[in-house]
Ligand binder design. Structure first.
Ligand code: ZN
Length: 251
């Protein structure tokens, strides 16, 4: 029989197991493999999908800063920071001095290979990324966190399989469900470590996603929302409408 841990120790065990599970979960999905079976910590069985956070602002998902390098872009030269979290690695693009007083203009962008790098107009990721970098550049100071959780966390292969189903008529939500995947399995926990690293306590967050705002506020970061600008074209009109109607996004 598993030893019985009291209170905080048990909760801490669950928290660590959840995050370890999430890392394995994301890694398996990114590689297009099977997601791992539910894990058990201290005798407590956990669901295969980790959504609820038992803590806010108490424990930090441990990361390490492994490199800082210059990233010249057409909107200016950013300092590119690379953080690792176990097998995961995520990026932060910094412009100007983040230690100055006042909320930091911030975008938390999840990777979209097709939209960010291949100019896809199936979604609005590329235009949101460009307009956020431009806004940060105009302000002369800000942070863009680039989380490598492709396809709202389901990985590139699954995302492209979902695209194939969408070609057959399903929307982005039903295509994920048809593949037995979550509609949105992104985590913003990595940001907590980065905010701590940069000493950031308040931000103006460029987003249309209320779930992201809630996740950041739950970390104890003061957050004000700025709408994210994206371009609506014929090819992404239905996708954006689905995000508004079925995922609660604001525009
Ligand atoms: Zn996209």
């Amino acid at each position: 029989m598993a030893p019985c841990l009291a209170g905080e120790a048990l909760a801490r065990g669950i928290f660590i197991a959840q995050h370890q599970g999430r890392i394995e979960h994301f890694a398996a999905r990114r590689n297009g493999g099977d997601v791992p079976k539910p894990v058990a910590a201290n005798g407590v069985h956990l669901p295969p999908v980790f959504v609820a956070e038992p803590f806010s602002g108490v424990l930090t998902m441990e990361g390490s800063l492994v490199a800082v390098t210059k990233l010249p872009t057409k909107w200016g030269e950013f300092a590119l920071h690379v953080f690792t979290f176990g097998e995961e690695h995520h990026l932060a693009l910094v412009l100007g001095d983040l230690t100055q007083a006042g909320p930091v203009l911030t975008r938390i962008h999840s990777e979209c290979l097709t939209g960010d790098a291949l100019f896809s107009q199936r979604c609005d990721c590329g235009s949101q990324l460009a307009s956020a970098l431009q806004a940060i550049s105009r302000e002369g100071r800000g942070l863009l966190i680039y989380l490598r959780q492709e396809g709202r966390g389901i990985g590139l292969l699954n995302k492209l399989k979902a695209y194939q189903l969408q070609d057959g008529g399903l929307d982005t939500v039903d295509a994920n469900l048809a593949l037995g995947l979550e509609v949105d399995s992104r985590s913003y926990e990595y940001c907590r470590f980065m905010f701590n690293h940069f000493g950031i306590q308040s931000i103006r967050l460029i987003t249309n996603n209320p779930k992201k705002l809630a996740a950041i506020a739950a970390m104890g970061i003061a957050v004000e929302r700025l709408p994210s600008e994206s371009s609506v074209v014929a090819d992404n009109e239905r996708y954006i409408a689905t995000k508004i109607e079925r995922m609660g996004h604001l525009f």
